[in-house]
Each structure stands twice: as C-alpha cells, then as structure tokens.
Design a protein around this ligand. Structure first.
Ligand SMILES: [Zn+2]
Length: 706
C-alpha cells in the first residue's frame, strides 16, 4: 500500500488502530509531481563529475528511484578539490554545458532539479593561491591573515562577477538555486573573521570620518561599554549592507536567466550572523525579487557523532531561524554526514535527525550523504536502506507535526538582535557573537523547550543586555528563570529590587550545593549536588526571597545562598541559579542530576503557579517536544542515550478537557492506539505508556479528546 499524504491523514483520523503504513511503492512518474506522493520529501545533494557525468546521471536516477527521492540538488562544482574555489566565468560556462544534459535527463525521469552553488565567496584557501586567476581584492582577517582565494565582498569586480556566475547557472532553470554557507564574513581559513582589507578600511573611514588601522578598528568595534561605539554600529551596518547588495545583484541575475527559479540560502548559526550585521528580513526581501518564496537550508546540526547529548543543543540553529523566518521562507533543513560514511555518523543518528527535522520544521529535508570525492552509490549503502525503510515513519511524523503547529515549552528568550552592548572578553571578532546559555540544558533534564512565545521564560545575559529598561521590566513582571551572569547584569542596571537580591558577586570554593528547602527538595532534603566545576556567584537575597538551596565551601567552612525564588511587587515570579550560563556552566555534566531535576521542576512550577507544558520522567538525556493543534496535541520524545528508554512516561499541562485518546507512531510507521488511561496528578495529565524508545529513537504520541 502506498504511503500518501491524503491516505495517511484520512486513516489517522478515522481508523487509528489499523496498521496504516505498509511498504512504500510509489515512484515519481515522468515529467510531473506524482499525485499520491509520500509526505517526506528527500532532496539529495550530489556532485556530478565532469568526466563521468553521463554514467553518474543514470546511476543517480536509479538511486533516486530505489530510495524514494524526488528532488536532486546538483553541486555547481565538479568535485571536492576542483570545485572548492571559484571558477572563472569561462570555466563556469563549460561546467553549465556539462550539467545541461544531466539536468534534462533528470527532469525526463521525473526528478525535480535544483542547483547548489558550491562557492560564492569560497569556503577556505586549502592551499590554493588564486591571485594569478583573479584580480580582485582578497579577504583580510581581523588578525591580518590574508586569503589568497576568497574575495572581499565589497570589491566591485567580485560583485559583477558573482551576479554573472549565478546568471550562468540559472540558465539550467533550477527549481531552487542555493547559496552555500560560504556566503558570510566568518570562517574562510586562514581568515577567521573578515574583512579588514584596504577597501573595508576606506569605506569605514568614509562612513565615520575617521581613519583607523586594522588593529585600531578591531579594537574600536570590540569596545562596547557602556554604549556601543560608533565603529561597532557602523561596522555591522557596512557588513550587512555588502551582503545584502550582493544578494540583490545575484537574485536579479537569476530572475533574468530563469524567472521561475526560487532563491535558496544555506546559513550558519544566527548568533554568529548577528555579529556580522546580517539583516535577515531585508535578505528575504532581496531574495523574493522573482516573486517566489525564498528557501532556507538551516543546519540540523551534529555533522558527525561526538556526543549524542549535543543533538538537542545543536538543533538550536534551526529552531532560532524558525522563530525569525519560519513564516517567510520555505524550510528545507540540512542533514549533513561529512565525510559520508558510518565512520562519521551512524544510521541511527541519521534517522533520528531526519525525524526531528520532520517533527520541528518541514517534510522537506536536504540530504548530504554522498561523498564529494567518492561519487559511487555502492560505496556505503546503509543510509540508503534506512531512507527506503523509513518513508512511512517520516511521513507519519511530518503529517502529525503539520496538524499541530504551535510549539509549547519553557521559552528560551532569543531574537536576532545584533550584539551591540556585548562586552567582549578577548581581542578577536570571533569573541563577539552571543554565547549559548540555555540551549539544550533543560531538554536533557526532561523539560520541553521552545524559542516561540510561552509562559515561563529562560533568560540569559546576552538576551537581557540588548533590551531597553522597559523591555527588561516586562520580562521581570512575568515568569522567568535566569543564571548568575544575567543576575549580575540586572543588579548592575538597577533591577535588584525586581529580582529580590541586593548584590551578586563571584564566589570561589563553593563546591557543593545542598537542597535545604523541604518544600522544593522533597525526598532530596539536605542531600548534596556537586557544583565544583562551575563559576558561581554569591547572591545576597532580600528577606522575602525563598532560598531553595545553599552552597558550601570546603569542609563547610562557609555557606552562601544557592538557587532562590522571589515574587516582586508587580507579581512577577523570578528564579535565580547562581551559576554562569554564559560560560556554558548550565550545560556542563555537573549541572545534570536527579536532585537538580526534581528541585528545578518544583521551582518552575512555583514560578508558573501551575503545571509545566511537558516533562518526561525517569529519562536521562532526552529531548522532548510538545506541539498543540486545534484537534490534537503531539508529543515527541527523542532518546539521546544509547540505553533504551522503557515505559516512557510523561506529564503535561492538561491539553484539553476530558479523557485523552492516545495514539503512537511505531518505528515502522504504523499508527496504533494505546490502551493507556491518563490520570490527573497535581494538575498534570500523567501518562505511563508501554512504549520503549530505542537508543537514538524518536517516539511520537498524538493525543485527542476521546
Ligand atoms: Zn574587504
């Protein structure tokens, strides 16, 4: 039985106990989008080498047909080394002629075809010296490092060239033409952060009326206290302007060659882009010149397997971009397995990442799973088998997610503002982006999080330092938990009274923490949790504050207040954790434990005056998600451990009145109704299920009123 969008939705609604998803058998048909197509849309990125283009095209078609791939994205370059740096326009013309018959053949086989421009500025020198081939200004780093391959984005010669380059490839009439993520100022080895070339120094002199050497300019940009320098303001404006101008030129050239083509953009961490002045909404506008919705390819993260726990934190890039651009761009998230064998990433983690992309973002997923050098499909075929076997499961996740559009969770406060007030500890531009603070922290402890608006907020220094007094007051009048670095900032800015502390200073040697408040500690009363490795603060709370824990010095030589709670005069409820999240200390292993989890849960319930959106019990290192729809609520729980998670149990703020009916999507993609009775416990709907989540599995549950 074919897995189709229509059939899955209908079946899921009217016949939940029936096995819905069988073996996938539909193939694209010649020349048109199949009518009954799987919901999941695999978009395969692939290098076609000039010397073997014809055979590779046939192999590619066969591979797509076997693995239910309907959309291919061909790299503009030839292969890894040959395509690494920018081609001359003559070389590009020749390359377009190589790709032209391949694109025609792919289309005749029913495949949608897009182009991934492998280089726009260039990723890195990797030993190349292009000074004989191009006469433009090359990029110069903040430390004076000179690239011999990557151009300066201000150079008029490059701007004219790059528009022509895109215009040439647009002649292939791709569905989408993607910038790769080299279209940025940072990370062009040997240049860590550009561009401080003579063109940039001259333009800054023109804009500010002051002449600076490179060293002086970097210093002036990085100084920000108490107010941003004019140089930082002008610098971010200049860098944003230059990227925007190039985007406009490229989009117009593409429109000229191929009016139907959509502009696509791959990007990096938005916190890093904020530190190079990227103006996202203006870029969306520039890329919409054709009248077609532009496309974004954010990274799902975790290019290879380091620790599984990091999967939760690395999703932050995509989730932040959804907050900014989710309503304005089509999302085609990027799965990337560089260098593309199971030595880099397992089949299980690949499957989990695709499933998470379906759950969070879109049925469209771009797959970078084949080597840039080794372009044969029989080299490592394990991922292909998984793609074939998971069509039903991925389609099921995407269908349920589409039905439930509103994410719920503890809200990590974030937006795309530039780091205008950030005080930089260092002398390099790479020190400027806002650090991560709460990303991945509460997820691993079992709490669903979101970047979208919700009741309980998690605040960091880097978010608060870009707010006005009024904006900060609004946060403090609500429900918020923050770390010690955020407290330090607020005390300095005169908000001590609103958060219930008189002072906040660093303290050394407070090596362990005891849960000393019976109401919040429960069974963990007077038991210890280590805090040895963290950078900590000595809070001086007001008398009305609730001290939840205390931190002790060696051999109990001294004690200082630990986590505290306070209700301010405006009714705002504030929780403080005296550790430094900006430094990454909330993400440290030391921070996670059963005692910390239990006490934080009670603190958050006190802050919220009620139950939390979603909490998973007895489940170390998970990543839970809750999505509410008009007719159903979706709970997704990823197991980021190599231990299975038996009898998955969770509690959630009641999604609707009455008894819930609960359905589960099996790993085979079957929708089954669970014989589980929900019970109400402390205002939570509590569900204990018979489901076991395999290592690196994602379990999805759909709740509807019975
Ligand atoms: Zn420059």
């Amino acid at each position: 039985m074919s897995v189709t969008r229509r059939r899955f939705c209908q079946s899921a609604l009217i016949a939940p106990t029936v096995a819905l998803l069988g073996e996938q058998s539909s193939h694209p048909t010649s020349g048109q989008e199949p009518r009954d197509s799987p919901v999941v849309n695999y978009m395969l990125r692939y290098f076609i080498r000039t010397e073997t283009a014809k055979q590779q095209t046939e192999d590619l078609i066969a591979n797509c047909q076997q693995n239910h791939i309907r959309h291919v994205i061909l790299f503009s370059g030839n292969q890894w080394d040959m395509g690494w740096n920018l081609p001359t326009l003559e070389e590009a013309e020749a390359r377009v002629e190589v790709l032209r018959p391949a694109v025609q053949r792919l289309r005749s086989a029913g495949l949608l075809t897009s182009i991934n421009m492998w280089t726009t500025i260039g990723h890195a020198d990797i030993g190349r010296d292009e000074r004989q081939r191009f006469c433009w200004q090359f990029m110069v780093g903040d430390d004076g490092a000179e690239s011999h391959a990557c151009p300066c984005p201000l150079d008029p010669t490059w701007k004219s060239y790059v528009a022509k380059l895109y215009g040439l490839f647009a002649q292939l009439e791709p569905e989408i033409i993607y910038f790769d993520d080299d279209f940025r100022y940072h990370n062009h080895r040997p240049v860590t952060w550009g561009c401080f070339c003579p063109l940039h120094l001259a333009e800054m002199a023109r804009r500010t009326g002051k002449h600076f050497s490179r060293e002086e300019l970097v210093e002036r940009i990085l100084i920000a206290e108490p107010q941003p320098t004019e140089e930082r303001t002008q610098w971010l404006q200049l860098c944003g302007d230059s990227i925007l101008e190039a985007t406009r030129l490229v989009a117009e050239a593409v429109k000229e060659s191929s009016p139907k083509t959509h502009m696509g953009l791959m990007c990096s961490n938005p916190d890093v882009h904020a530190a190079e002045g990227r103006r996202w909404l203006d870029m969306v506008d520039a890329m919409s010149v054709s009248g077609h919705q532009p496309v974004l390819r954010p990274s799902i993260g975790s290019y290879s397997e380091d620790t599984y726990r990091d999967v939760a934190r690395n999703l932050g890039t995509m989730r932040k971009l959804q907050l900014l651009l989710g309503s304005k761009m089509r999302f085609t998230p990027e799965l990337e397995n560089y260098p593309f064998t199971r030595f880099s990433k397992s089949v299980r983690l690949t499957r989990l990442q695709i499933a998470l992309s379906m759950l969070l973002a879109s049925p469209d997923v771009t797959l970078d799973i084949h080597s840039f050098d080794e372009t044969r499909f029989d080299y490592d075929t394990a991922i292909d088998g998984m793609l074939r076997n998971s069509v039903g499961y991925f389609s099921g996740v995407a269908t349920w997610a589409a039905e439930c559009g509103k994410e719920r969770g503890l809200q990590i406060l974030w937006d795309g503002r530039f780091p205008m007030h950030r005080k930089v500890n260092g002398n390099r531009m790479i020190d400027l982006p806002a650090p991560e603070c709460w990303e991945g922290v509460m997820d691993l402890l079992g709490f669903a999080t979101t970047f979208h608006p919700d009741e309980v907020k998690l605040a960091s220094r880097s978010y608060l330092e870009e707010r006005s007094e009024e904006e900060i007051r609004k946060v403090l009048n609500g429900k918020v938990l923050m770390d010690g670095d955020a407290v330090t900032l607020l005390v300095k800015r005169g908000f001590g009274q609103e958060i219930g502390v008189k002072s906040c200073e660093p303290v050394e040697g407070a090596n362990y923490e005891e849960m000393t408040n019976g109401h919040f500690a429960g069974k963990f009363l007077n038991r210890d949790e280590t805090s040895a490795e963290a950078y900590k603060y000595r809070l001086d709370p007001v008398a009305e504050a609730i001290v939840v824990s205390e931190m002790f010095g060696p051999a109990r030589s001294f004690s200082v207040p630990g986590m505290t709670l306070f209700e301010n005069a405006s009714g705002g409820r504030v929780g403080l954790i005296p550790q430094n999240g900006s430094r990454g200390d909330l993400y440290m292993l030391d921070f996670r434990g059963w005692k910390r989890q239990a006490v934080l849960k009670r603190m958050l319930e006190w802050i919220n005056k009620g139950p939390l959106p979603l909490f998973v019990e007895d489940a170390p290192n998970v990543c839970p998600f809750r999505r509410d729809g008009e007719k159903a609520v979706l709970v997704g729980i990823a197991n980021l451990s190599v231990d299975p998670l038996p009898h998955v149990s969770f509690r959630m703020a009641r999604p609707f009145e009455g008894e819930p009916r609960i359905e589960y999507l099996t790993p085979e993609g079957k929708c089954v109704q669970l014989k589980v009775q929900g019970t109400m416990q402390e205002d939570y709907l509590y569900l204990r299920t018979p489901v076991q989540i395999e290592p690196l599995g994602l379990a999805c549950f759909r709740l509807t009123p019975a």
